[in-house]
Design a protein around this ligand. Structure first.
Ligand code: ZN
Length: 330
């Protein structure tokens, strides 16, 4: 199996973004140590709009200058250890304000690239891709949409192509969620290891782009009941390491607790409990790629322990691969 360990490297976007130290540096470094121990490489989808905004505002706020330096150095460190930095876009950073020592994020009506006119979305993509490429020292060719909101793909297709993007990993087949700022519908996406597409991420056809879907899984309501109950019973192991809060997902808690739902295969929090059993199941079904998503901000002591177990058991049996290294081998 080719295992893609992919992390969205970002703060929170709710009323409290959390800090660079707790959401990015500390949890990521715990993973980096583990990755070194097992010789495993991962993909970091960098929320590069954040770095861009830090760069723009750093001279007005000493706190942001400090954060800019911390994040820029951290990205260099991740890169120097051989991990892959790829493009993740949360466009609301574009006009984010920093007031009274806090980010004031307005995500309403600007959470998705499709919330912006096509030319403005193209401008954001170009600007963010250029910045990430300067950090990488080469062209990032893989995209993951912020909040998985990649539809309608046609709205951003041309700009991504111009920026050098040829691969995507935003889709997780079977899932859909339309509430609050979220809007994605992957119920019709091909349930394959990889596929080509052109103007619609859910339609397999010859085209300029290749999708590497995030592995998805149908979760029972019992899974979520356990997740919520364990969080209450044992907060030390199950509390997120990040110190911010999420933007609201209206109705989501009720829907996951009341019926079966599709969600991604994740190494965040309690989701990490099913990594191993899912790998066995996917192998039996003849799958070739397993794409795991994670967010350093959502790691818990429990998930780090599970991830360590997962890497220990599988780093020799399977290949942990990245998108950049895949290009070198072709
Ligand atoms: Zn994100």
């Amino acid at each position: 199996m080719n295992i893609y360990l992919t992390f969205d490297y970002e703060l929170f976007f709710g009323s409290n973004t959390g800090t660079v130290q707790k959401c990015l540096i500390e949890p990521t470094n715990q993973f980096l140590e583990m990755a070194d121990k097992y010789g495993v490489k991962a993909v970091f989808f960098v929320d590069i709009g954040y770095l861009s905004r830090l760069q723009e505002l750093q001279n007005d706020h000493p706190a942001l200058k400090k954060d800019y330096n911390l994040v820029a150095e951290h990205l260099n460190e991740i890169k120097s250890k051989g991990h892959d930095l790829q493009l993740h876009i949360h466009p609301h950073w574009e006009d984010a304000k920093f007031e009274n020592g806090k980010w004031q994020l307005k995500v309403e009506g600007r959470y998705k690239l499709s919330d912006f006119p096509k030319d403005k979305a193209a401008e954001i993509i170009e600007k963010y891709a250029n910045l990430l490429n300067s950090v990488r020292g080469s062209i990032a060719d893989t995209f993951r949409a912020g909040g998985w909101c990649i539809q309608p793909f046609d709205h951003i297709r041309e700009a991504l192509f111009q920026a050098g993007v040829r691969k995507d990993s935003s889709v997780f087949p079977g899932a859909h969620f339309e509430a609050g700022e979220y809007s994605f519908d992957f119920r019709k996406a091909p349930d394959k290891d990889e596929y080509r597409f052109n103007s619609d991420v859910c339609v397999e056809e010859p085209g300029d782009f290749k999708e590497f879907p995030i592995s998805s899984k149908r979760y029972s309501p019992w899974f979520y009941w356990r997740l919520y109950i364990l969080g209450r019973l044992n907060p030390t192991d199950h509390k997120m390491l990040g110190d911010g809060n999420f933007i609201p997902q209206p109705g989501r808690k009720k829907s996951v607790l009341s019926g079966f739902t599709w969600n991604h295969l994740s190494c965040d929090g309690y989701y990490a409990s099913v990594l191993d059993s899912t790998l066995v199941h996917m192998e039996r079904s003849g799958r070739k790629n397993m794409v795991i998503i994670g967010h350093p901000k959502s790691f818990t002591r429990y998930s780090l322990k599970k991830m360590d177990e997962f890497l220990r058991l599988n780093h020799e049996k399977h290949q942990f691969v990245t998108f950049s290294e895949q290009n070198e081998n072709h």
